[in-house]
Design a protein around this ligand. Sequence first.
Ligand code: SF4
Ligand code: SF4
Length: 384
Amino acid sequence: MAEKTQAIVEAGQIERLIEVLHSRGYEVVGPTVRDKAIVYDRLERLADLPVGWTDEQEAGSYRLKRREDGALFCYVVGPQSWKKYLHPADVRLFSAQRQGETFRILSNPDPPPPGRHAFLGVRACELAAIAVQDRVLLHDRYRDPIYQGRREGIFIVAVNCTQSAATCFCTSMGTGPQAHAGFDLALTELLGPDHHRILIEVGSEVGAEVLAELEHFQASDDVEREAETAVGRARSQIQRRMDTTGIRDLLYSNVDHPRWDDVAQRCLTCANCTMVCPTCFCTTVEDVSDVTGDHAERWRRWDSCFTQSFSYIHGGSVRSSAKSRYRQWMTHKLASWIDQFGSSGCVGCGRCITWCPVGIDITAEVGAIRGATASAGENDHGNT
Ligand code: SF4
Ligand code: SF4
């Protein structure tokens, strides 16, 4: 689509948007409040969104808070990401039944759920994360048919962030807070003293067809400026930074840095950071059978480089210490990922910081290694 098409709708039209997506055969999933967190689940109507809620996030801390207004999207990312749908935590690869001396395969991998998904409320950093998983699971030498089956035909409604959390650092990773590509429609919520409207940008032909079914008006220059200001507010709120200059070589040249011992003192190797990360993709395979031994199943489940069993090869684990596991995770995410897939494995969503029970912050860990390395360099320089 060459020209940027934008329209303005009243906020109530989000109800109509959900109806239109349903009428086109999509199961609409998006943010909703459950168990004191904003998670992704089925949306039947506008009221299923976290209307009038916001979140407060810090390292190791997440709280929902009521707002005074009826804002629909004034929060950022929660503990779940869209990989819940595209690269699910548990997939049955096959089931088998004993038949005499052998087994008969009863089923192949669980097919994607019937009906296509429409994702409503995808943030810019999450679009970047989906692109990272596309690169790994669709566009590499091996194509994952399970991911491919779930990814095809997805309708994406992005939401530009108009506020950020203290854990966000998308601006450092070049992924947000504004969505630029990879969506069918992108929404910017505009809340004023006397209006509550949504600016909608069209990103695809099918997006244009859906917009045509909403009661919409041409966006004026004033409205477009208001949207730029709203997204600019989120951008200026972001305080966390990660300096990515030469990060690959920085980490490769610091495998013996004392900071890895420091972080290992704090890390519980609980794997939370990898479970919440929207780009982590590692899995393991488990075989199970019923008590009779006649029925067996093979499951693919999310795994994590933080478990000792993850690097088990004959006779023991390659990474038996917390130090080696944290170093593996961070060095893969920020350095060897670039060699493997041509980009960083981190999109700056901040989930690993919020959901780490001891508040370990990947930006601080990089900063500590960079800072100590720089001061060592200065000292070296001073000594020569
Ligand atoms: S490493 Fe952390 S900040 Fe980066 S994408 Fe994963 S969860 Fe988000
Ligand atoms: S860094 Fe935090 S979330 Fe990740 S394994 Fe260690 S303690 Fe758990």
